[in-house]
Each structure stands twice: as structure tokens, then as C-alpha cells.
Design a protein. Sequence first.
Length: 267
Amino acid sequence: MFALRRWWNRHALKSGLIFLAVGSAVVLRQTDGFVLAEAYHWVTRPLQPGISREERLESSYVLELQQRLVELESQNRSLRQLVEYEDAQSSVSIPAAVIGRSADHWWQQAILNRGSREGVKPGYVVTGPGGLVGRIVAVSPSTSRVLLVSDPTSRVGAKVSRSRIMGYVRGQSNNRVIMEFFDKSPDVKPGDVVVTSSYSRLFPRDIPIGRIESLDLSKSPAPEATIQLSSPLPVLEWVVIHPFEASETVDDPLAPDSDSGRNSARP
């Protein structure tokens, strides 16, 4: 008994500290640190400005309103741009909103909120800020479907504004398209503007398509250029639909199905 008391007198403090540490670790593990977090909050509360529950809710509500205001300002800016763009177009043009795009066909198709009730017909041309977007290929009473210029099956007769060199443009499922030239030695250079051709069967002439970004004049069987589209297809929200009747001229004599390829009547 004397030896036990002697040992306790010598090691009591150390044993107590070990027991406290082990106990604290067990409590922290069981509560996932909740007790420690509450203790820290209680100790530091006098150092923090008092924020009531009502104030926190009000702050969250104000933040939500600010975010809504930013979105409304963005929509208002887009609408103003659309109105200005429409004013510069024919009086019979039809403004429309993009209301649907499939992730699997993001660069191929878009759904608009205008249909046969508003006079939209297959074959009508769609433009947006910057230039050509595509053409209407299917119509319902309240919606219409656009075959985008970026669709790999799309074919658009095109020319280089500076040198008047002709060719045709085909999509490649991104915001760049490929222009194949009819001339084996075309007078073109990066930065040249590309527009729809006067020989186009499915599109009016002189609609901006984009600018030449790079060239591959050694490409066989025909020289090619990569065109950066001028219309912002990745973030397209508003467009303008233009009535247009297909003519008898052919855009691409190398592609019998002309402008829009095999899917010119695609649903």
C-alpha cells in the first residue's frame, strides 16, 4: 500500500494529463470536433461583431437580389443589342430566342421560340450578332429548328471579301469552320473577311461568316483555310430569322447537296 501511494504521489500529475488527453481525443473523435468548434466560438464571440439570425437572413436575401440584378442587366444588354441589330435588318425579319440546345448536338442544332404561327418556314435564314448562324430546317406551330453553320454536314457557299476568291464552308463541331477554295492558288491571307457567296443557293449573299485564322495551301485536293466564326455560337441567346427562298444556283459544284449537305431537309 505504501509503495502504491508513493507511486501515485510521484506520477499522479502525469497520469492525469495522459487520461485527459486520451479522453479529449475520444470525445473529439465521437463528435467530429463539434465540442472544440463550439468552445472556440464561445471564446472568440466577444471579439466578433454581433450578427443576429435575422441579419444573416437579410444579408443572404440582399445577395440574392444583387445576383438577380446582374442577370437582368445581362439580359437587358442582350435585348438592346438584338433590337439594334433587328433595326438594321429587313422590316420582315423575325426576332427569336434560343430556347433549346442538346448537349449531344450543341454545335449542330438549336431550337427557337418562333414557329409557323409567326410565319417561319423551312429554308429561312438565321443570323445573329456577328453574322451567319444557320438556316431553318424544321418548323412546328410554336418552335423552329436551326441547322447551325458549325454542323459538320453544313455547306455554305462563301467568298473572301478582299480578293473575291470563291469556295465553300463546312462545319466541324466547334466555333471554327473550314473553307475549301475552288482556286488551286487562292489570293487569301489570315485576317481576310469571309462572307456568303453570290452563288449561294440557300443563303443570301454577303452575310458575314468570319475571318481567316490560318491557311493550308498545300492541302489536297483543294487548299483550305480555318475560319473563326464571327457569330458567338457557344453563347447564342437571341437571333433574327429572315425570309428567304432558295434559288437555282449551286454553292459547291463539288458537293451535289450544296450548302447544307445531306441534311438540308433534316428534321
